[in-house]
Design a protein around this ligand. Structure first.
Ligand code: FES
Length: 87
């Protein structure tokens, strides 16, 4: 499990091992954009303000991954105990 802080709402949520990050975010922000939910359309791309994302999408280049400043939250998770998302 890891924690996710939603910067614009100030809420911190826990993402359990069997939960998708986007599903947890959606509980607080129902309007979060998404389409494919499989990491290839880019609809759910979200800025990362702190923490190290675990990228599982098909979209970002190696350089973009290394920057750790954006992620697809439909498939991505976290390498660090906490992520802060720009949402
Ligand atoms: Fe398509 Fe996340 S919803 S990449």
């Amino acid at each position: 499990a890891f924690e996710v802080e939603l910067a614009t709402t100030g809420k911190t949520l826990t993402v359990a091992a069997d939960q998708k990050l986007i599903d947890v975010v959606r509980k607080v922000v129902p309007s979060v954009p998404f389409s494919c939910e499989q990491g290839y359309c880019g609809s759910c791309e979200t800025g990362v303000l702190a923490g190290i994302p675990l990228h599982r999408d098909q979209l970002l280049t190696e350089d973009e991954r290394a920057c750790n400043d954006t992620m697809m939250i439909c498939v991505g998770r976290s390498r660090s105990p906490k992520l802060v998302l720009d949402i």
